[in-house]
Design a protein around this ligand. Structure first.
Ligand code: MN
Ligand code: MN
Length: 258
């Protein structure tokens, strides 16, 4: 039986524009358990499973402690599902996975490529995690979907690290590859169009629909060994709709991981 550890990472110090994602993990759980929805994924899998262990939320002061917390949970021989937090947390999480998964593919769903070499002088900014992951060789393959903010610097970085980018402007789901290695999914809530997910720091119109992301998750046939949902910013939400979308995505991803 697959064991899954849920960890909430309350951290948004690496957010460049607005704070708020540190407040997200308990609110996503609250939406999930509000009674508004049942706990089955669309594929008919219940996430009320004794193999899912919720380790609760961690208030993070030191960015590097995220790696240690993740390692501890990985050592219990579980797959890790993380509620963020801003997107900077994905780098220490992936770093923690590297020893166990030397060959790892990543599906990164986001409006942004997050490939800056540094952002406003910080190499660990939430605009940089995938540059750190790729320069350290922590991913065999990085596939990005939903991108609609590519600038020359990040396009150069993508070329340097051989990142496979599926930009919104020419999105064709039939060209998204099948993964062969163990797969990690990183879902930035701003990948969705702000009409579906207003509770994010960076509103970037022209994004994915809820349905498109759910279908993308369902289409995966590789083994999903870990995932995160990041960048939900409750300070900007409307009627908790982004919390409910994050809860729905949590169910669908956990349903695929089980
Ligand atoms: Mn991001
Ligand atoms: Mn983003």
């Amino acid at each position: 039986m697959t064991k899954i550890c849920i960890q909430g990472i309350k951290y948004d110090k690496k957010s460049s524009y607005q704070k708020g994602p540190r407040l997200a993990p308990p609110l996503i759980r609250e939406a999930l358990h509000s009674g508004s929805l049942n706990l089955f994924s669309e594929n008919g899998i219940s996430i009320e499973s004794s193999t899912i262990v919720d380790k609760g939320d961690f208030e993070i002061e030191d960015y590097f402690s995220i790696e240690e917390i993740t390692k501890k949970h990985l050592n219990s021989n579980a797959k890790i599902f993380t509620l963020g937090g801003d997107h900077s947390i994905t780098y220490p999480i992936i770093k923690a996975h590297h020893k166990k998964f030397p060959k790892l593919d990543i599906l990164h769903i986001d409006a942004h490529a997050d490939l800056y070499n540094n952002y406003e002088g910080d190499i660990y900014s939430h605009a940089c995690p995938f540059a750190r992951i790729m320069e350290n060789g922590f991913a065999t393959r990085l596939v990005q979907v939903g991108i609609r903010t590519l600038n020359p610097h990040q396009a150069e970085q993508a070329e340097k690290y051989k990142v496979e980018i599926h930009q919104m402007k020419d999105l064709d789901f039939s060209t998204i590859p099948k993964f062969k290695n163990p797969l990690y999914i990183s879902l930035d809530m701003d990948a969705f169009d702000p009409a579906f997910a207003p509770g994010v720091s960076h509103h970037e119109p022209g994004g994915l629909t809820s349905r498109q992301v759910i279908d993308l998750i369902h289409s995966i046939d590789a083994e999903i060994i870990g995932a995160d949902i990041v960048e939900y910013n409750p300070n900007r939400d409307f009627q908790n709709m982004t919390a409910f979308l994050a809860a729905k995505m949590m169910k669908e991803i956990l349903g695929k991981m089980l």
